[in-house]
Design a binder for this molecule. Sequence first.
Ligand SMILES: CC(C)(COP(=O)(O)OP(=O)(O)OC[C@H]1O[C@@H](n2cnc3c(N)ncnc32)[C@H](O)[C@@H]1OP(=O)(O)O)[C@@H](O)C(=O)NCCC(=O)NCCS
Length: 181
Amino acid sequence: MTRSAPLAGDAGDVRFSPAASRCVMTQIVMPEHTNGTAGVMFGGVMMQWIDVCAGVAAMRHAGGSVVTASIDRLDFITPVHVGEVVVLQAQVNYVSRTSMEVGCRVETEEMATRRRRYTTKAYLTFVSLGPDHEPRPVPALELVTDDDRRRHAEAEHRRAERLRAAGRVRGATPQPKDGAS
Ligand SMILES: CC(C)(COP(=O)(O)OP(=O)(O)OC[C@H]1O[C@@H](n2cnc3c(N)ncnc32)[C@H](O)[C@@H]1OP(=O)(O)O)[C@@H](O)C(=O)NCCC(=O)NCCS
């Protein structure tokens, strides 16, 4: 398999593959993670876990501090219940100059059958910060596998749409999120 040229980033010769940033985080849903209704897990707790798992992937790639700049739309496909084991997997899909898109896939794991159940996925944008707390260039991303290339191409489209919606493209005005007035 041929390796592609490193993409974006602006931190000298340093470059890392998406796999180098991968973070796998496993949690057990405890009673305090539920909303009290039939032991269903709080969406907000899941969002926090996603932010942490994806944030670690971003920090690994950046080699330092990051902040969450945005989280794309999040759909919870099936409920997660108390006692279930939740596996979150995140890795960097795309880098620009100082920002990175990280994809995070969430599954529940059933020990008896060894089956995984897809619960949700999210795309988050993190910005690398330097010691002065200003945005800092990130290392380039080296795409190694066909999946890396597919994720990167899809992420490029999402970034364009995200920046347009945030009013960060010349001539665009910020769009309200779904459900916001
Ligand atoms: C994210 C933040 C550092 C960007 O600062 P800024 O002054 O807009 O900096 P810049 O204009 O130089 O943009 C820096 C990068 O952020 C990206 N960015 C900024 N806002 C973004 C958004 N809403 N969505 C996606 N990317 C965004 C820019 O595209 C740029 O990426 P690039 O360098 O790879 O092209 C700043 O808005 C911030 O500190 N936000 C608060 C972060 C935070 O507290 N998060 C936790 C929330 S509880």
